[in-house]
Design a protein around this ligand. Structure first.
Ligand SMILES: Cc1cc2nc3c(=O)[nH]c(=O)nc-3n(C[C@H](O)[C@H](O)[C@H](O)COP(=O)(O)O)c2cc1C
Length: 222
């Protein structure tokens, strides 16, 4: 598979088949993603791969925290505080597309909340990867993490796997860090990623999100 094919094929997968992912497959993906660039080759990324009963137990705790409205905000602000156009409309369209595919009506708050809660189970993927960054690092390190995370997502495509990069998995960081051995470390939880074999029959995975033409975000100066 070439790079452009992997880029075109990658999509956020929000429903998975139950089969586990073999350790050597995960290691192949991580080996490839470890080749990602980072400023002065710092390789600042740290990850925790959680599967099996440990994954179920942690996700249950986090989903419960969400359903009980527990106050444990993310370690940093990912989304803008105030939404401006055109991002506000794109965000709305993104949600609408998903709810439409799932047949969830706009006013059906219960089912919408249920679908959001599925985030905290990593959409029932067999594997969750948590990304952790030392608080020591500056803002630039988020760039390095982005490179690494996208590399994992692309290498996973080549292995026939699906991913969903999830800011939601950075919520409830106290609970997550306690469960993954980071309670006493000085790290922020950057995000999580669901990983597993995609269930392509599931309505969540049957649509693709649109993109702007390159003219919308590019200035050529010749
Ligand atoms: C950093 C980051 C955080 C994201 N967080 C979530 C999330 O919490 N829940 C979710 O369902 N999707 C999440 N997504 C997926 C985006 O919604 C998705 O990438 C976007 O709509 C484009 O769709 P595509 O990935 O299918 O191409 C996130 C993506 C990125 C890059």
């Amino acid at each position: 598979m070439d790079v452009k094919e992997a880029l075109a094929k990658r999509q956020s997968i929000r429903a998975y088949r139950p089969e586990p992912v073999a350790r050597e497959v995960i290691e192949r993906i991580l080996e490839a993603a470890g080749k990602s660039p980072s400023g002065v080759n710092m390789q600042p990324w740290e990850i925790v791969v959680v599967q099996g009963q440990a994954k179920d137990a942690l996700c249950q705790k986090v989903e419960k925290a969400f359903l009980e409205d527990l106050d444990d905000p993310a370690d940093y602000q990912y989304y803008p505080e105030k939404w401006i156009e055109p991002f506000k409309s794109r965000r709305m369209a993104c949600g609408l597309q998903m709810y439409e595919a799932l047949g969830i009506e706009r006013k059906d708050k219960e089912r919408r909340k249920g679908q959001w809660a599925a985030n905290y189970r990593a959409f029932d993927a067999p594997v969750v990867i948590y990304f952790l960054m030392k608080n020591h690092f500056g803002e630039g390190t988020y760039l390095d993490f982005g490179m690494f995370i996208q590399s994992i997502a692309l290498a996973a495509v080549e292995e026939g796997l699906g991913t969903c990069i999830q800011a939601a998995l950075a919520d409830y960081p106290t609970i997550v860090k306690e469960a993954i051995g980071y309670a006493d470390k000085d790290h922020r939880l950057v995000c999580g990623m669901a990983l597993g074999y995609p269930d392509m029959e599931h309505p969540s995975n049957t649509y693709r999100t649109p993109r702007e033409p390159i003219s919308a975000f590019t200035t050529f100066i010749d």
